[in-house]
Design a protein around this ligand. Sequence first.
Ligand code: BGC
Ligand code: ZN
Length: 363
Amino acid sequence: MKAVAVFPACREVQLVDHPEPDIQSPTQLKARILDVGVCGTDREITSFQYGTPPEGSDYLIIGHESLAQVTDVGDRVTKAKPGDLVVLTVRRPCPHASCIACRSGRQDFCYTGDYTERGIKQRHGFMTEFVVEEDGYANVVPSELRDIAVLVEPLTIAEKSMEQLRFVQERLPWDGEEHRQALVLGAGPVGLLGAMALRIAGYQVTVYSRSPKHEEQNDIVSAIGARYIAAETQSVDEMSRAVGTIDIVYEAIGASGVAFDVIKHLGPNGVFIFTGVPGRKGPIEVDTDDIMRDVVLNNQVILGSVNAPPHSFQAAIRDLGTFVHKWPDAVRALITGRFPIDQATTTLSQGAAGIKNVIAVSA
Ligand code: BGC
Ligand code: ZN
C-alpha cells in the first residue's frame, strides 16, 4: 500500500510501498484511512528536526491527525464495528512497570519518556492506506462529522488544556464568572480551535497573531464572537492595553520570543498554557526577575500540556459537533486544502500555506 515516509538518515521524504497490515489479535481493528491532517509537527519531522522511525526501520510513516473507516474487527472488539468512522489516539504507553502514568492508561503524562507516538516517535503513523490498531485507541465519530472530523486530534490539544485549566483554577474558591478574559497566541488550527473551545467555555477571547492570512483568520475569529489583533500592526504592549486584564493565555504559536513577551502581561491569578514545541532558534533576552516577581506576587501558573487521553478525544468529538452547529462556515473554513496522497510530499515541502491542509487518502 502507499505510505508517506521520512528517511532521517538520508534526509528524504518519499511515497513508499509499505506492506498492508493485518489484524493480529482479537482486540484489534483494521481501518481504511480517509483523511490525515498536516501540522507543524509533521513539517518539523519532514525537515528532519524531530521524529524517530520504529526500531529496525529506515523510515517513519508520518501522520498523526487521523480519520479512518473501520473495515474489519477482531472477535473481542467492543468499541467499533465495520463502517464506523474513527479517530485514533496518538501516544502509546512506555514499557516500564514503574511508570504509574502509562500503567494507568495516561501515557500523556508518561514519566520515563519511553512512550511512542504514531507518526512521530518510533511507531508508524497514519499517512497510508490502512492501519491496524487496538480498539482501545479508536474513538468513534458520528457520520455527520465526516468532512471535518480530521480536526478532532488538533482539538484534543485544547481539550486536555481546558481540563488542566479547570483543575488549576479549582484553587480559586469562587466560580470564575468575572475573570474570563482569554488571549490566544497564534491563528493556526490549534489556536483557532482553542479559541472556539474557550468561547463555548464562556471566555471572552482575543486572538493575537502574526500571519499572512489575516482576512481569512479574522473572518473565522469574528464569526465565533472573538476579537482578532494583528501582531504586525499592534505591539504586545498595545494588544495588552486593548484586552485589559488577561486571565488565561493559550499559546499556540510555538515561538518562545512572543510567548515570553506576553507572560509579563498575564493578570493576577492568571494561567499561561504552553502547547507549542518550538524549534531551536538560539537564545533570546528575557527579563527573568520581572517574570519571577510577577509569577509570585500574582499567584500565576505556567502550565505545559502535551498529547491527550481518550476522554479528551471524546470531548473533542462532542465539541466539534457543537462548534459546527453554532459556526458552520467558520469551522469548515479551517480546512483550506485537500490533496491526494500522491501530492503529499509536495504539500509538505510547500510549508504552511492555508490553515489546515489535509491529505485525502481515500474518499
Ligand atoms: C501531537 C501530539 C504529540 C506532540 C508531541 C503534537 O503535534 O498532536 O499528539 O504528543 O505533537 O510529539
Ligand atoms: Zn499535529
